[in-house]
Design a protein around this ligand. Structure first.
Ligand SMILES: Cc1cc2nc3c(=O)[nH]c(=O)nc-3n(C[C@H](O)[C@H](O)[C@H](O)COP(=O)(O)OP(=O)(O)OC[C@H]3O[C@@H](n4cnc5c(N)ncnc54)[C@H](O)[C@@H]3O)c2cc1C
Length: 476
């Protein structure tokens, strides 16, 4: 790999590095060209577009117990890369006189339990409805950044089973290593969820298992919920409902949110290959198989999770099986589910009569679409919702999370169109200085990371732009 020492960059040097590669009419000044390209990279739009504000699209409110007819935006339209839909948002509207009413959280997994604990600690009455008969979540090996440590209480931190200090990236016979300044964490979900449940209960939240949400509608006091509990239908009442019921959220559908696009994610637990250190995650870019990637995450010196994200279930399965065979990896266990694809901010609040409905976690597609990680961002969404509930709608968390998710979406849009030669070039361009940025700043601070990487290796801007433009060309 070509490793060059870092040289300090000025805007002029960045612009000079484009000379001979690009010629864009109207950008006589290199400074203006750099500013423009930077803006396009961060926003996905030409600089001038920001001056006009988008016209909000109004959507129908939910009707009682209705699975409301799905909204005008189709799944296909939402799936088109490069489009953000704008739905009228009431996220910051103040509300009064709600503190005496119960908050019902639907879904007792990561985002729901985190929300329940935060809201209960703030002094509101909280009840969690979980459709599963008891808290015995299926095992799932998760990798998260160091942000997780700051988000979690002491009990949940016990779900950390390993630390990752290095990433190895592979593509077409090339490789690059990135040493992490702060280690990534390997978390076992079957330990995390019970720990979060304990924290929620200790904060005063009531947990109801075997209780499935069916529908929602307004009543004089707020919201009326239809649930099935232990095989019997019941009616519950709440001032606010939080939908934390995952990618196929029934709360969202019943309250009038359109469905979100999902992709399959499959993991197999394997014996860790002898040549793979237990503190190193491996990532393979194989664009012929998937626009995403394969990974191997060690959970201990003996075992690791190898996985892939694909676009279509059957192709993903076929490619994954052949990948496992090529790497001589034998699956011991399987893990998998469909994961939301973030295509634009999902407004997290809707008013139904006198009540309010929020979405958090996968239900609101709060997933970093560049890597398809939803734990840290789901907790950030949950924190935003709990702050909104406790502070009469006031929170900065949504704006920050929205910026974060948007940057990941931009990165995904560029990577999604990469061919093998682009990945080869990407790995070749990761010189010592760029890898230092990648090691120092983690993927939960994506805007800072992107700027730093681009500042140190401006040729990556061209590569990214190429990816973005190829996507645009394909869409016609
Ligand atoms: C194999 C795999 C590996 C992953 N790896 C990573 C990773 O390494 N890093 C990372 O950050 N993310 C990872 N993810 C994504 C991450 O797991 C999810 O983003 C996260 O778990 C979403 O949490 P959630 O609480 O929003 O939703 P979910 O975990 O989907 O929880 C939804 C809950 O709602 C309940 N529910 C559903 N419907 C109802 C109903 N009608 N009534 C009552 N309850 C209901 C369900 O039983 C469930 O308990 C991975 C996902 C998979 C599948």
């Amino acid at each position: 790999m070509n490793v060059r020492p870092a040289r300090p960059l000025t805007p002029l040097r960045i612009a000079n590095s484009f000379r001979g590669h690009v010629s864009i009419p109207g950008f006589a000044s290199p400074r203006r060209l750099v500013l423009h390209i930077g803006f396009v990279i961060l926003t996905g739009r030409p600089l001038t577009y920001t001056l006009s504000s988008p016209t909000p699209v109004k959507r129908e409110e939910g009707k009682f117990f209705g699975v409301v007819p799905l909204m005008s935006t189709t799944l296909g339209e939402r799936a088109s890369l490069g489009r953000t839909e704008t739905v009228e948002s009431t996220e910051a509207q103040p509300r009064r006189g709600r503190n005496d009413r119960e908050v019902i959280v639907v879904g007792g997994s990561a985002a729901g339990l985190f929300t329940a604990a935060s809201v209960a600690r703030g002094g509101l009455r909280v009840r969690v409805l979980e459709s599963k008969p008891q808290f015995e979540p299926a095992p799932r090996t998760l990798i998260v950044t160091d942000h997780f440590r700051h988000q979690m209480g002491a009990a949940a931190r016990e779900s950390i089973i390993n630390e990752i200090r290095r990433f190895e990236l592979f593509t077409d016979g090339r490789s690059a290593q990135v040493a992490l300044t702060k280690p990534d964490l390997i978390v076992e979900r079957s330990r995390l969820i019970p720990a979060l449940a304990r924290e929620a209960e200790q904060a005063g939240a009531r947990l109801s298992f075997d209780t499935r949400f069916l529908g929602i509608g307004p009543n004089a006091r707020g919201l009326r919920l239809e649930v099935e509990s232990g095989g019997r239908r019941e009616e519950l009442h709440a001032g606010s409902v939080v939908g934390a019921d995952g990618a196929a959220s029934r709360v969202a559908r019943a309250s009038g949110w359109p469905p979100i696009e999902t992709v399959p994610l499959v993991q197999a637990i394997v014996r860790l290959p002898k040549d793979c250190p237990s503190d190193t995650t491996r990532v393979w870019f194989v664009p012929d198989d998937t626009p995403y990637f394969y990974w191997l995450i060690p959970e201990s010196p003996e075992r690791g999770a190898v996985g892939v994200i694909g676009e279509h279930g059957s192709d993903t399965k076929r490619c994954f099986e052949s990948f496992l065979e090529k790497k001589h990896l034998k699956p011991l266990e399987w893990q998998g589910a469909r994961i939301p694809v973030y295509r634009g901010w999902v407004p997290v609040r809707r008013q139904i009569g006198n009540g309010e409905v929020y979405l958090v976690g996968d239900a609101a597609a709060q997933v970093k679409v560049s890597t398809v990680g939803g734990i840290v961002t789901g907790f950030r969404g949950a924190l935003g919702v709990s702050q909104a509930l406790l502070r009469n709608g006031r929170t900065h968390e949504f704006a920050a999370l929205r910026r974060e998710l948007r940057t990941h979406w931009l990165i995904r849009r560029a990577l999604h169109n990469f061919e093998q030669k682009d990945y080869s070039q990407l790995v070749d361009l990761l010189d010592a200085s760029t890898r230092q940025s990648l090691g120092e700043i983690n993927r939960d601070e994506s805007t800072r990371l992107l700027w730093n990487v681009v500042r140190r290796q401006p040729r990556l801007v061209l590569l990214g732009l190429r990816g973005l433009l190829m996507g645009k060309a394909e869409r016609g």
